[in-house]
Design a protein around this ligand. Structure first.
Ligand code: NAP
Length: 293
């Protein structure tokens, strides 16, 4: 483990964290898998332009590290869950595919948990399958949702102490809030998870040493929600007049806190890097035949 990076100007800069993750992955892949590069399959279930853009950027990120990425447009099957399940099984059975992910957003009628029942746990790079979520809850994580892993990676990169601290997580989604709370608890934080039915959110967030926000509402958390000297990790991605903003009002909060992730340039790039890290991990496990799932 490298020594913690200094926090400059109160910013937890995700771009440099992502760069460090990718550099170590590049070394790892060229050392451990020189002839058999990891392969990712990205499944699209909508014609949504943003989903297509995210998928293409994952393909580019894979290529940059010498990995392969194939895009599979399964939109013709979305109205037939049985046929869709069979298509997923067929893609996942390809030995060149070491990890499979289903791009968001999904059509409203599609339940991602039901879909992942068709993906072998060993190839579930999103960490959303029953087995992967169960392992996380039991304190033996294998694949962890890349955004949740990114939050931890950022805190660790900058040496933010987690053990013994009071952490408030706003949001309880399966891909962010729940796994990040489990990871923090496993690192001996005292964790409070808030959601839309939490009666007085500011009372909770004001007590946080570390505040993690994943709600999906532009600038939802303001200066009155944060305590002086807190560390804030903003997962949100929202668009206001074409400009990307987080769930935290960055300008209002920045002067009050010890450190904060910007949006863009905070959690997003690290999430992308952690997905590649998950892919490398599944590929190596499959190569060695060592996955224990
Ligand atoms: P989600 O599934 O939409 O869940 C939102 C959560 O926010 C829910 O738990 C909801 O509570 C809670 N919430 C809604 N209104 C609230 C309120 N008034 N007070 C307190 N909690 C409230 O969201 P998600 O998938 O976690 O995504 C959240 C945001 O993160 C989005 O902007 C998304 O684009 C972004 N995101 C970014 C990355 C990245 O790499 N940076 C990755 C994933 C997601 P209930 O459960 O009670 O409804």
């Amino acid at each position: 483990m490298n020594p913690p990076a200094p926090i400059r100007d109160g910013l937890l800069d995700g771009v440099s964290v992502a760069r460090a993750v990718r550099a170590s992955l590049r070394d790892h892949v060229s050392r451990e898998m020189p002839d058999d590069s990891p392969g990712l399959a990205v499944v699209l279930l909508t014609a949504d332009l943003a989903a297509r853009k995210y998928a293409e950027s994952k393909a580019r990120a894979c290529r940059d590290l010498g990995m392969t990425c194939t895009l599979h447009d399964l939109t013709p099957w979305v109205s037939n869950m049985r046929a869709l399940g069979k298509r997923l099984e067929s893609i996942a059975s390809d030995p060149r595919v070491h990890g499979l992910l289903i791009e968001h957003p999904l059509p409203p009628h599609v339940d991602p948990i039901a879909l992942y029942a068709h993906v072998p746990t060993a190839k579930d790079v999103e960490g959303i399958s029953y087995a992967n979520m169960g392992r996380l809850m039991l304190g033996r994580p294998y694949m962890v949702a890349s955004t949740a892993a990114a939050v931890i990676r950022i805190l660790e990169h900058y040496g933010v102490q987690i053990a013994g601290r009071r952490v408030v997580v706003v949001g309880r989604s399966n891909i962010v809030g729940k796994p990040v709370a489990a990871l923090l608890l496993a690192r001996d934080a005292t964790v409070v998870t808030c959601h839309s039915k939490t009666p007085d959110l500011a009372t909770e967030t004001l007590r946080a040493d570390i505040l993690v926000v994943s709600v999906g509402r532009a600038r939802f958390i303001g200066a009155t929600h944060v305590r002086e000297g807190a560390v804030v990790v903003d997962v949100g991605i929202n668009f206001e007049g074409g400009r990307m903003v987080g769930d935290v009002d960055f300008e209002a909060v920045r002067g009050k806190v010890l450190a904060i992730t910007p949006v863009p340039g905070g959690v997003g790039p690290v999430t992308a890097a952690m997905l590649l890290s998950n892919l490398v991990q599944t590929a190596l496990a499959q190569k060695r035949g060592s996955e224990t799932l």
